[in-house]
Design a protein around this ligand. Structure first.
Ligand SMILES: Nc1ncnc2c1ncn2[C@@H]1O[C@H](COP(=O)(O)OP(=O)(O)OP(=O)(O)O)[C@@H](O)[C@H]1O
Length: 299
């Protein structure tokens, strides 16, 4: 079983022809809303991959909460770990201009109220051998408590270093499995942009020290990972991406679900990479997450 301890958001998306300057008002041409938050996205991906999934985190006591959780509810993701907070449901206010340029304001709201106590309750409801998925859209103190609790309980922790923060640099190293994209991994190392060779050498050196499984996603080039001293590579699909939003979250959810189902590590990487590619074929995060039937048909 997989528990995702993380953010739940509503994305509020307006599309003006061009972005307003400070103090200016411009007219928009459309408005859409979409359920989001990296935690919720990864929970849905793991569920669509076929796993039994519990979501843990916080939403507000407002109408946005039920919209933010709607696709998780449809997919039968267990929401017993989602607390109702006094703060509003987390929102991302997104403006996308006709040329694709965008500005985003994220208001964490209820996500920002998640605490170490929530972490304790979340880990308390898990069993030895389960998988815990974490990202960095809830407070670092809660993430740290969850990592410590997971270790004590014999739960395998997977941490996705997105969005990258100083906390990701500090806490990423504690998890059993680290998942970063290239940019995040380079920030994690802190030596500027690495070449492919440098990145692989760094992964080997880090792994030799810590024994941590390290996975770096490479966009169209797939993924490279190191586990138990061995480097693995996997490719996704050769596609023309429509919108890569959600590719990383889809990868993480499918990876956790595939490991939980007992797939060999290399096969889990390939399945997650293929799922990530398919997520690039539709716009949006949650709507673009593929179902297991579509992913497995490609493998
Ligand atoms: N252009 C692409 N073509 C094919 N597959 C892709 C492409 N972009 C992403 N993928 C697949 O999705 C996986 C995750 O993508 P990526 O490495 O871009 O993560 P990310 O930067 O976290 O994604 P995002 O922030 O866009 O959600 C890749 O390992 C790959 O399998």
């Amino acid at each position: 079983m997989i528990t995702v301890f993380g953010s739940i958001n509503m994305d509020l998306i307006a599309t003006p022809d061009r972005l307003p300057k400070p103090g200016e008002t411009v007219m928009g041409t459309s408005f859409t809303t979409a359920a989001g938050g990296k935690g919720a996205n990864q929970a849905l991906a793991a569920r669509r991959a076929g796993a039994i999934v519990r979501m843990a985190g916080a939403v507000g006591d407002d109408r946005l909460a039920s919209q933010a959780l709607a696709l998780l509810a449809d997919a039968a993701v267990d929401q017993n770990g989602v607390r109702v907070a006094a703060e509003a449901t987390g929102t991302a206010h997104i403006l996308v201009a006709a040329d694709g340029e965008n500005v985003i304001v994220v208001v964490p709201g209820a996500n920002g109220t998640v605490t170490g106590e929530d972490a304790k309750r979340t880990i308390g409801a898990m069993s030895r051998g389960d998988y815990l998925m974490l990202q960095f859209e809830i407070p670092a103190s809660a993430i740290e408590a969850a990592l410590v609790g997971a270790k004590q309980k014999g739960v395998t922790s997977i941490i996705n270093t997105a969005p990258f923060t100083g906390d990701a640099k500090r806490l990423g190293a504690i998890a059993d499995i680290l998942v970063a994209n290239e940019t995040e991994f380079d920030l994690f190392i802190g030596k500027g942009e690495l070449s492919d060779e440098e990145r692989e050498a760094t992964m080997r050196a880090l792994h030799a020290q810590s024994g941590q499984t390290i996975i770096v996603t490479l966009g169209a080039d797939g993924v490279v990972a190191i586990r138990k001293g061995e480097i693995h590579r996997a490719k996704g699909l050769a596609i023309e991406p429509v919108d890569t939003v959600g590719a990383g979250d889809t990868f993480c959810g499918y990876l956790a679900a595939s490991l939980d189902a007992g797939l060999a590590f290399k096969d889990a990487l390939r399945r997650a990479a293929v799922a990530g590619s398919l997520a690039c074929l539709k716009p949006g995060a949650q709507p673009s997450i593929p179902f297991a039937s579509a992913v497995d048909a490609e493998i």
